[in-house]
Design a binder for this molecule. Structure first.
Ligand code: KIV
Ligand code: ZN
Length: 452
């Protein structure tokens, strides 16, 4: 694949390594559906399956190749003739096929799993890459458990497979054992020590057993890797693979540290994550970076106050940039008066500060008991305290805050606060938060202390 030096190839293995995580297996139709979404997302390579594993996986590779002509379609094979032939067969209709060969190189795997010598492994690696090249010009080789392999032997194997025609050298941290400085150094040493490496792409494939998969992938990029293998939602064997959305957004948000580009259309990240969750029924952890349901939710009063004044205070990227509809302010015991007042307005009740203080006092007692206060419970509090006395006249539900907010929005004149939903929602959207201070009556510090 063409690479101008700063473009990172995103190799998505959700359909292969991701699928290997318990409970995540997908049928042919599901794989084809997700592949179309991965295409929309803009991944460069889709690893569609392991054709020798089952007839279903063979059919899935064929179906993915037929469904998405743009990306490279990879199929995994062990370093064995039958595996490679089966992969080549499954890829027959792919416009840009890649055979991905894996063979372990660490002594632990050679002695206990494969029961072969280093010399045998080296020959098997070289011969299988040669065979794969008879079917396809794009051949990736992965020395499984590379990070626990004697580096000198690893370099020898890599040189041998380059000579045999490998076009991508993928360096797997199969058991998630390495740490960023060490992995970065390994990639650097491969670039310096392996003959012929300048003509191939170096790739990183990191697992998350120590929670370092993304950090290790970024270290690899910083040291010369130009392909990263990753999965949506970070699914994969055991603790998972490096999460695609985290790598891509780290590169984008911290472009000052990582001056690299990808082909990912980031606004498709959340929809892709949701589709995978729907297909596998494996829920994303709420605090998962980028796409978890709390990734753009704010409960603490101090944070909500900051967000209502300027979202830069507590958000380093916009939710829209990753396809999340909007930020959310959640009403709980940590919430403050600014957010409460906003929600009351959105529900159709307007209070001056002293009146709101009374609602706030009761709200905190309730939130202490039930953790999150939903709209119907807030409406109950309002009703029991003031009845309908503070109802905003029909047709003006949204307008009071809009006027105030518009005044703060440097004359943009747009509707800054979302309308009250027809059915009470549990969280409310702060999708159009003002970017300038919102308080008119009190000095800044006093307003801050009242609001949080
Ligand atoms: O983790 C691993 O070593 C793998 C290889 C097939 C690349 O998934
Ligand atoms: Zn893996």
């Amino acid at each position: 694949m063409e690479n101008d030096g700063s473009r990172i190839t995103i190799f998505d293995t959700t359909l292969r390594d991701g699928e290997q995580s318990p409970g995540c297996s997908m049928n042919v139709q599901e794989k084809a559906r997700l592949a179309r979404q991965l295409d929309r997302l803009g991944v460069d390579v889709i690893e569609a399956g392991f054709p020798i594993a089952s007839d279903g996986d063979f059919a899935a590779v064929q179906a993915v190749a037929a469904a998405v002509p743009r990306p490279v379609i990879a199929a995994l094979a062990r370093a064995a003739r039958h595996d490679i032939e089966r992969a080549a067969q499954a890829l027959q209709s792919a416009i840009r096929p890649r055979i991905h060969i894996v063979l372990a190189t660490s002594d632990i795997h050679l002695q206990h799993k494969l029961r072969i010598s280093r010399q045998q492994a080296l020959e098997q690696a070289r011969d299988s890459v040669r065979l794969a090249r008879t079917f396809c010009n794009d051949v990736e080789f992965s020395p499984e458990d590379a990070t626990r392999t004697d580096p000198e032997f690893l370099f020898q194997v890599l040189e041998a497979v380059i000579e045999a025609g490998a076009t991508t050298l993928n360096i797997p941290d199969t058991v998630g054992y390495t740490v960023p400085a060490e992995f970065g150094e390994l990639i650097r040493n491969i670039r310096q020590r392996v003959r012929g490496v300048e003509g191939v792409t170096i790739s990183a494939h990191c697992h998350n057993d120590l929670g370092l998969a993304v950090a290790n992938s970024l270290a690899a990029i910083a040291n010369g890797a130009r392909q990263v293998e990753c999965t949506i939602n970070g699914i994969g064997e055991r603790a998972g693979n490096a999460s695609l959305e985290e790598i891509v957004m780290a590169l984008r948000v911290r472009a000052d540290q990582y001056p690299y580009t990808t082909g990912i259309a980031t606004e498709h990240l959340y929809p892709t994550s949701q589709m995978l969750e729907e297909i596998t029924k494996i829920p994303v952890q709420p605090n998962k970076a980028i796409i978890g349901r709390n990734a753009f939710a704010h409960e603490a009063g101090i944070h909500q106050d900051g967000m209502l004044k300027n979202r830069l205070t507590y958000e380093i990227m916009t939710p829209q940039s990753v396809g999340v509809p909007g930020s959310k302010l959640v009403l709980g015991k940590h919430s403050g008066r600014h957010a409460l007042s906003l929600r009351c307005d959105q529900l159709g009740y307007h209070f001056e500060r002293r009146e709101l203080d009374e609602i706030y006092r009761k709200f905190v007692v309730l939130a202490d008991q039930i953790k999150q206060v939903h709209d119907h419970q807030l409406l109950g509090l309002i009703h029991e305290t003031y009845g309908e006395a503070h109802r905003i006249p029909p047709g003006r539900v949204d307008s009071d805050r809009s006027v105030a907010a518009a005044a703060n929005a440097e004359g943009q004149g747009r509707r800054l606060f979302p309308a009250v939903p027809a059915a009470p929602a549990s969280d409310f959207s702060a999708a159009s938060l003002p970017n300038t201070p919102g308080s008119e009556h009190l000095p800044d510090q006093e307003d801050y202390l009242w609001g949080v």
